[in-house]
Design a binder for this molecule. Sequence first.
Ligand SMILES: [Zn+2]
Length: 96
Amino acid sequence: MATDYDAPRKNEDESESIEALKERVPDKGSAVIDEDPDNPSGFELQGADLSDLDLDVVVLPPQADEFTCVSCFLVKHRSQLDHETKLGPICMECAA
Ligand SMILES: [Zn+2]
C-alpha cells in the first residue's frame, strides 16, 4: 500500500516540477526583458554608454562662469576674461 501510494505521488511530483520549470523559465526571461531594474541587460548598457557620451559632450563646453579663450583655447574663469572678439573671448594672458 505504501509503495502504491508512493509511486503515483513521485510521478506527479516530477511532472509538476518539470511543468513548473517550463513555466518559470520563459516567465523569468520575459520578466528580465520587461522590467530590468536589478538586472541591466544589453539595452541598459547601451543606454548607459550613450548617456556617458552625452555627459562628456555636455561637460566639455565651458560653464556659465567660464569661457574658452579663442587664442590659447584654454577654459578660463570669467574673471580672466579680458575682452570679447568676433571670434570669441580673449583671456587676460593672451590680451596682455
Ligand atoms: Zn588665452
